[in-house]
Design a binder for this molecule. Structure first.
Ligand code: HSE
Length: 299
């Protein structure tokens, strides 16, 4: 039996649409072993597909096929701490979990680079799967099916407050509202800020993050899909967040805060409710430095 632990991820960081992502200290855990057919269950009451359409099962099967190995089936047990369809990389965690678990069961025929290329091809963009596999703050680009990426640590003393709405937002919908083309001015606006984001979050030039989270490619089109997001941005800034952005495709709003900002989580929960924004949960997270890990376990 293989146990795989996969971190949540927060893509885009505002300006780095489909190019930047960050691994977080919130995890899904998957237990996998070879089995006859599909035996899939959740260990924590979160409803998961129990058939061959289960994403972990399907990606594990795909990896066996790619490696030319016969696939009998898989017994899978899942613990899903990463909330689904909230912009925290839950589907990437399943993809990476399935690939890494299957690769480990087969004796690691593929290396990390192969798994990264494969998971990005399956997901369609690399900015969640790359940090899920590599950990840290990842800058990535895809060219001719290959992912080019660098993972760096986040500066010390930075925390990430995930403001998680009750309502999910499917990525397919959040992508469907985006324009097909953008102006040169908007492209330059974003690429300058995305470059500023990586260097600032890595080096600790945190005063740049308010500008570095600025975006004209996706957030302006997605804000209207997330009820309460305007209030969340405003209050997070009032409470001293360095930067605020829609995590991935949403619906989570991420506030980058100082570790010393101890009252932030409790206060923003209170202020959201005072502003008529109900049902949101706040998770205080740090950057995960190492990415997904797979271990052989006895049970
Ligand atoms: N970069 C992606 C998006 C992340 O914003 O649509 C969500 O998977």
């Amino acid at each position: 039996m293989i146990e795989v632990k996969i971190p949540a991820t927060s893509a885009n960081l505002g300006s780095g649409f489909d190019a930047l992502g960050l691994a977080l200290t919130l995890y899904n855990t998957v237990y996998m072993e070879e089995w006859d057919g599909a035996d899939i269950a959740s260990l924590d009451g979160v409803e998961v597909p129990a058939g061959e359409d289960n994403l972990i099962f399907a990606t594990a099967k795909r990896l066996y096929e790619i490696c030319g190995k016969p696939f009998r089936g898989m017994r899978i047990r899942q613990k899903n701490d990463i909330p689904m369809a909230r912009g925290l990389g839950s589907s990437s965690a399943c993809l990476v979990g399935g690939l890494l678990g299957a690769n480990t069961l087969l004796g690691k025929p593929l290396g990390t680079e192969d798994l990264l290329n494969l998971s990005a091809a399956l997901e369609g963009h690399p900015d969640n799967v790359a940090p899920a596999l590599l950990g840290g703050l990842v800058t990535c680009a895809m060219e001719e099916g290959k992912v080019y990426s660098v993972s760096v640590p986040v500066a010390r003393g930075v925390h990430f407050a995930a403001l998680i709405p009750k309502a999910p937002l499917p990525t397919s919908h959040a992508r469907s509202v985006l324009p097909q083309s953008v102006s040169r001015a908007d492209a330059v606006y974003n690429l300058s800020r995305a470059a500023l984001m990586t260097s600032s979050l890595f080096s600790g030039a945190l005063e740049n993050l308010r500008v570095a989270t600025g975006d004209r490619l996706h957030q302006p089109y997605r804000m209207g899909l997330i009820k309460g997001s305007d209030a969340a941005f405003r209050i997070a800034r009032e409470l001293g967040a360095y930067g605020v952005y829609i995590s991935g495709a949403g619906s989570t709003i991420m506030a980058i805060i100082d570790k010393q900002n101890a009252g932030f989580a409790q206060e923003i929960e209170r202020r959201l409710m005072m502003n008529g924004v109900f049902g949101w949960t706040v998770r205080l997270l740090e950057s995960d430095p190492s990415g997904a890990v797979a271990l052989a376990t006895a049970t």
